[in-house]
Design a protein around this ligand. Sequence first.
Ligand SMILES: Nc1nc2c(ncn2[C@@H]2O[C@H](COP(=O)(O)OP(=O)(O)OP(=O)(O)O)[C@@H](O)[C@H]2O)c(=O)[nH]1
Length: 196
Amino acid sequence: MESNIVVMGTESVGKSLTVRLLTRRFIGEYGDISIYGHSFVLDGREITLNVWDSHYSEQDLSVETSLLEKKVQWADGFVLVYSICDRASFNTVSRLIQTIKSTRDCLNTDKVPIVIVGNKRDLHHRRTVASEEGRLLALKSDCLFYEVSAAENYHSVLVVFHGLVDRMKDAKLTMKRPSGFKGIVKSMSAVFARRR
Ligand SMILES: Nc1nc2c(ncn2[C@@H]2O[C@H](COP(=O)(O)OP(=O)(O)OP(=O)(O)O)[C@@H](O)[C@H]2O)c(=O)[nH]1
């Protein structure tokens, strides 16, 4: 089974570190987009995740832009990362949730599970966002929530992605059969060809 996951968040919150830690496998590039792969066995089934690690762009906060539409069309799940030491990054995650939901409504696509991740937990002495705030945002917006330290704890990163897979199964989303690199390029091409 195979799923597409988009990781988003503002600059320097730890998106790339999180993705590289998890996947350790670079699949390829599509323009300036990097896709990573990660496979694991869950309940006796092999699951392959294609993870799109995207650089933050102001365009991500606009329902009107095609970049966000492409992400919403491609994704089976989202991981939204902020730093617990950066309140602006937390506010952005809150706005991203709204924009993703509005874009999904505009495109008339299915509900997609979202995980909120408060990263850099090891820097607790510089914390400006309380754990409760992250938890409350997740509760209000029907998302999962984890606080992690990508720099210190590989296992916590693993738990985030496995939590998302569980949520995707709960949502009874159709998971695709593995299609390999050609399949990923095909799915990216399909999304990017639309609305040109
Ligand atoms: N202390 C600490 N530093 C971290 C953690 N995660 C990431 N960093 C550091 O934060 C910096 C930014 O990490 P990246 O993974 O490049 O962040 P990004 O969100 O991909 O940033 P952009 O590429 O600008 O979008 C790097 O110096 C990382 O080593 C963490 O959990 N704890």
